[in-house]
Design a binder for this molecule. Structure first.
Ligand SMILES: Nc1ncnc2c1ncn2[C@@H]1O[C@H](COP(=O)(O)OP(=O)(O)OP(=O)(O)O)[C@@H](O)[C@H]1O
Ligand SMILES: [Mg+2]
Length: 247
């Protein structure tokens, strides 16, 4: 079903929720089909509430869709045992959360190396400091996350994801809290991984960054309504504004 360079396929992903008892169910995702390749940088744009985070969660094994299938590296995610799914996620998948999901009781350094420790992988302190330097993170590594600014916390969440040698990285608005210089640094790091064959799937509201990715999808009401290869800023801007006008 998958050829060699395909890393992820999604077939007819539907996610429905029931907001209130006795109310009709709401389709947050309405049958998403998607194929992503190794070394591809994909961006997903769309208005708030269009289902971007839900889609990312379904694609990455964090949330089982109501129906439909996701394959990553030829494995049918939601047919795997919990153990096998956890294993795949630990080894091959990194996820940068929109809300960072740092552990407040652990200092910055321990947060960053936690996935490595959980995966019983070797921790190289030098690699941590190199990465943080490249992200221009200057706060104290012994500090607890609660003491950091939003942008600093976001960098820690990104560093944690990039420490892993994952084949696929999901990033949910990874530059949302960052100034324009930091935003460029993050993008450069992700791009570097893409150039090494890693696949990055990034949700963003940032049209300029999205225009530097290989492909951009526009999501609206849980459906992919437009797709651009080598997108330009102008066409993304137009796609986003015509949609806002419509809603
Ligand atoms: N667990 C949940 N229970 C109820 N409703 C939910 C749940 N998760 C998401 N939704 C609803 O589904 C829709 C899509 O949410 P989602 O978080 O995927 O949007 P988004 O595109 O990521 O938005 P944003 O740009 O604000 O992050 C929203 O209307 C949201 O209220
Ligand atoms: Mg979201």
């Amino acid at each position: 079903m998958m050829n060699n360079s395909e890393i992820l396929t999604a077939n007819k992903i539907v996610k429905t929720i029931i907001r209130q008892a006795n109310a009709p169910e709401i389709k947050i995702l309405q049958g998403i089909n998607l194929t992503v390749h190794q070394g591809e940088f994909l961006s997903i744009l769309g208005p708030s509430g269009s289902g971007k985070t839900t889609l990312l969660r379904c694609l990455s094994g964090l949330m089982q869709p109501t129906s439909g299938q996701v394959h990553i590296l030829n494995q049918n995610l939601y047919q795997l045992s919990d153990r096998k799914l956890a294993q795949l996620r630990r080894k091959e998948i990194s996820y940068i959360f929109q809300s960072y999901n740092l552990l407040p009781a652990l200092p910055v350094y321990d947060n960053i190396v936690l996935p490595l420790r959980l995966g019983k992988q070797k921790v190289q302190p030098q690699k941590v400091s190199n990465l943080l330097e490249e992200l221009n993170f200057t706060a104290d590594l012994k500090q607890f996350p609660g003491r950091l600014s939003g942008g600093e916390q976001q960098k820690v969440a990104i560093a944690r994801a990039l420490m892993m040698d994952a084949q696929i990285i999901f990033a949910d608005e990874p530059t949302g809290a960052l100034d324009s210089i930091s935003r460029q640094l993050i993008f450069d790091q992700l791009k570097k991984l893409v150039d090494r064959g890693v696949c990055v799937i990034m949700v963003t509201h940032d049209i300029e960054l999205a225009s530097k990715t290989d492909r951009a999808l526009i999501l609206q009401d849980g459906q992919i309504i437009q797709e651009f290869m080598q997108p330009t800023e102008a066409e993304l801007l137009q796609a986003m504004t015509s949609k806002e006008g419509a809603s």
